[in-house]
Write a protein that binds this ligand. Structure first.
Ligand SMILES: [Zn+2]
Length: 162
């Protein structure tokens, strides 16, 4: 994933670490899913668009419970998280037709976790040539589709409408 050039991430890491509380706890509790770009909720997890994406369609799958590692989750929570991850991959495939995905977890700040106390799985759609194209095109490609527009497309598609 770090082969993608995403300089706006630095701003994000700085901002996240200066915030009080945990956005993965406060956002789902606020009940404003569109404002917070929460796409789907299951019993134990939710999926959310990344505000500072590595690539267009970068989402995160997050357990509801505030734990820093998968090792702290119950089997039921892990199953729920994985099912939502798979459903998210299917949704992104159907909506955005990527050529592949990066799926990964950064555990701890040393491993590059921006939000280190609340474990989350990144899913990043990839297209052939995207890592070559981006340094040249700067952020124009990534931001070419606004998050609001993308959110609406994904939610519409998740309800079975094109
Ligand atoms: Zn949390």
């Amino acid at each position: 994933m770090d082969r993608l050039w995403a300089p706006w991430r630095t701003k994000y890491i700085t901002k996240v670490n200066s915030l009080k509380g945990c956005i993965f706890c406060s956002k789902p509790k606020s009940g404003k899913d569109r404002k917070n770009y929460i796409i789907a909720r299951t019993r134990h997890s939710f999926s959310i668009l990344n505000l500072y994406p590595y690539n267009n369609g970068h989402m995160m799958i997050v357990p509801n419970r505030h734990v820093g590692s998968l090792t702290k989750l119950t089997r039921e929570e892990i199953a729920d998280l994985m099912c939502l991850l798979i459903a998210t991959q299917e949704l992104l495939s159907k909506t955005m037709h990527p050529d592949g995905f990066n799926i990964g977890i950064n555990v701890g700040r040393a491993a590059g976790a921006g939000i280190k106390n609340h474990v989350h799985i990144h899913i990043v759609p990839r297209w052939f040539g995207d890592s070559n194209f981006m340094p040249v095109a700067s952020s124009t490609k990534v931001i070419s589709e606004s998050l609001g527009t993308l959110y609406d497309r994904l939610v519409k598609c998740s309800r079975g409408k094109k």
